[in-house]
Design a protein around this ligand. Structure first.
Ligand code: PLP
Length: 542
């Protein structure tokens, strides 16, 4: 497989670095590390334990085969069948695995071995993982500038935190966002500057207005020069940016010289559009639509343009959603100057990502090979598509769902599902259902990620008075929790509220995750939710 070169180098963006970041020097210890790898060197320099004293002589694992999950819902899967998902719990004995072993000492040159991976390592991560990721990034994201660098980190939460450190002042973000990202800014006195969202994520016109009208005096801070953004399967809103929106956002960031931190854990969970059960084509796979490209990608094949031709995107990838969160492993891809600063920072904090995690994940990837990992990711995508479809099918059974195109408001341009009570009407021959008018909640089926973002229509509550949103939202959420169903309360994702430790005014959302519960439990949770919300909206008496 060839690694394409596109002939452009990143531009100098070093004026974005803070004094703190610039002041980091190379760790004196790490400075001598480069000589350690020289063949034949007699090294008495480091405080390294002998590998003979590492208490593990090898690690063996049974690894699932890359074809474990079917590419289409109707194809038989080697480990989990549809029936298993619905009626049973997961049965590990049905999994098809292959055995791999990581020896302490290398048997073949270049092989992963514990003597190296459990030793002190480099802040940029293990060489074999670096090599795998370089190929992966070249093939999958096809970066538009050629001197990009990769740094292995301990996942995107840590990645985001590290990335924020080099800057001061304030950071642009979506109005609803991943709480840990904002929480990591707070102690550095970095303020989130929320930008309004719609069904495609951050709004480009609002971003342009905000930046063009920025008044440093009244705002008491200079115009923001860093953006933190989750463009695919956004957490919590589930929104995914179109190619055109990404291009608008990128161009605005070029115009106002803003660095983009692209936190993209759900990139490989792009599920396609939800189709109701009755209209669903049985063999459909989620690959019908082109995937939303990264901000990093050279070139969109149909529209033919580049995104990041300057090196102003710091991309954060993680193995948390594709291998396992406990591996605590991810990586940055960014321009070499930023990567060098991040490496200096890593040297004096984690030193290097955990050797056990790196060894096992790298072994799995090398065993699967690039093609096998891609096959694994495609299987995962189908799995999450089925979960999303099943969960929304359950909502459709429990509620009357009315699909309407939104012509204005936060979900402009999307098909919004408005949920109201189903009213059973008995006739002499049959039972029919009709909808009541009152919308209790609405949502847009996500095309990526793990979440359904429900907007509660609290103004439809019989005792609603303006200003009651917080109380009603908390009441409903508590009632659900007391009845055994835990949803993510919307207020914990409001950028302003996280920073100021208070509730946001725009209350009335739940984030519901379909990623993890057994199918039978998803169904049960929706049934309980149906009972509680109908009771809450006093619909039960009809
Ligand atoms: N960033 C976002 C937007 C997330 O939704 C999550 C997941 O929970 C994370 C980061 C966490 O990633 P990691 O496990 O790699 O720290």
């Amino acid at each position: 497989m060839s690694i394409e070169k596109h002939g452009t180098k990143s531009i100098d963006l070093s004026h974005h670095l803070s004094e703190l970041s610039k002041a980091r020097t190379i760790s004196p210890l790490k400075g001598v590390m480069k000589y350690f790898a020289q063949p034949g060197i007699l090294s008495l320099a480091g405080g390294l334990p002998s590998p003979a004293y590492f208490p593990v002589s090898d690690i063996s694992a049974n690894v699932l085969v890359p074809e474990s999950f079917a590419l289409s819902p109707t194809e038989p899967s080697t480990s989990l069948s549809w029936l298993w998902k619905l009626f049973g719990s997961h049965d590990a004995t049905k999994e098809k695995t292959q055995a791999v072993t990581i020896p302490k000492y290398p048997v073949v040159t270049g092989e992963i071995n514990l003597a190296t991976s459990l030793q002190y390592g480099q802040a940029i991560g293990m060489a074999q993982l670096q090599d795998f990721l370089k190929q992966f990034i070249s093939e999958v994201y096809r970066p538009a500038f050629e001197d990009w660098a990769v740094l292995i980190d301990t996942g995107n939460t840590d990645g985001g935190y590290d990335t924020v450190q080099p800057w001061r002042g304030c950071v642009l973000c979506e109005e609803w966002t991943y709480p840990s990202a904002v929480a990591s800014m707070v102690p550095f006195n970095i303020k989130p500057v929320p930008v309004a969202m719609d069904g495609l994520g951050m709004k480009s016109d609002d971003l342009e207005n905000l930046l063009s009208q920025w008044d440093p005096v009244s705002r008491q801070m200079p115009r923001p020069h860093v953006m933190y953004i989750v463009p695919v399967g956004q957490n919590p809103s589930g929104s995914t940016m179109s190619v055109a929106r990404k291009k608008q956002i990128y161009d605005i960031c070029v115009k106002y010289d803003v660095i983009i931190v692209e936190d993209d854990p759900y990139y490989f969970l792009q599920l396609g559009t939800y189709t109701s059960k009755d209209d669903r084509f049985p063999g459909a796979t989620p690959s019908g639509k082109p995937m939303s490209p990264s901000f990093f990608t050279l070139f969109h094949l149909t529209i033919r343009f580049s995104f990041d031709y300057q090196g102003r995107v710091i991309r954060l990838d993680t193995f948390s959603k594709t291998i396992a969160p406990g591996s605590r492993l991810g990586w940055f891809t960014c321009n070499p100057a930023f990567a060098e600063r991040l490496e200096r920072q890593g040297e004096t904090s984690t030193q290097a990502p955990c050797g056990f995690g790196q060894a096992v994940v790298t072994k799995i990837l090398m065993h699967w090979t690039y093609d096998g990992y891609i096959r694994w990711l495609r299987g995962l995508r189908t799995e999450y598509q089925q979960r999303r479809d099943f969960f929304i099918d359950c909502l459709a059974e429990e509620f009357h769902l009315h699909a309407v195109p939104a012509v204005a408001g936060v979900w402009e341009g999307c098909t919004v599902y408005q949920a109201s009570s189903k009213v059973k009407k008995s006739t002499s021959m049959t039972e029919k259902y009709s909808a009541r008018d009152r919308t209790m909640f609405s949502f847009v089926p996500p095309v990526a990620g793990m979440f359904v973002w429900m907007k509660l229509h609290l103004d439809q509550h019989p005792s609603f008075a303006p200003g009651d949103e917080d109380t009603l939202e908390t009441k409903l959420w508590t009632k659900l929790a007391e009845n055994g169903v835990l949803f993510g309360p919307g207020w914990i994702f409001a950028a302003n509220a996280i920073a100021e430790d208070s509730h946001n005014n725009d209350s009335g959302h739940f984030r519901v995750s379909f990623s993890n519960a057994e199918f039978a439990d998803l169904k049960k949770a929706v049934t309980i939710f149906g009972q509680i919300i109908r009771e809450f909206f006093q619909e039960e008496d009809l």
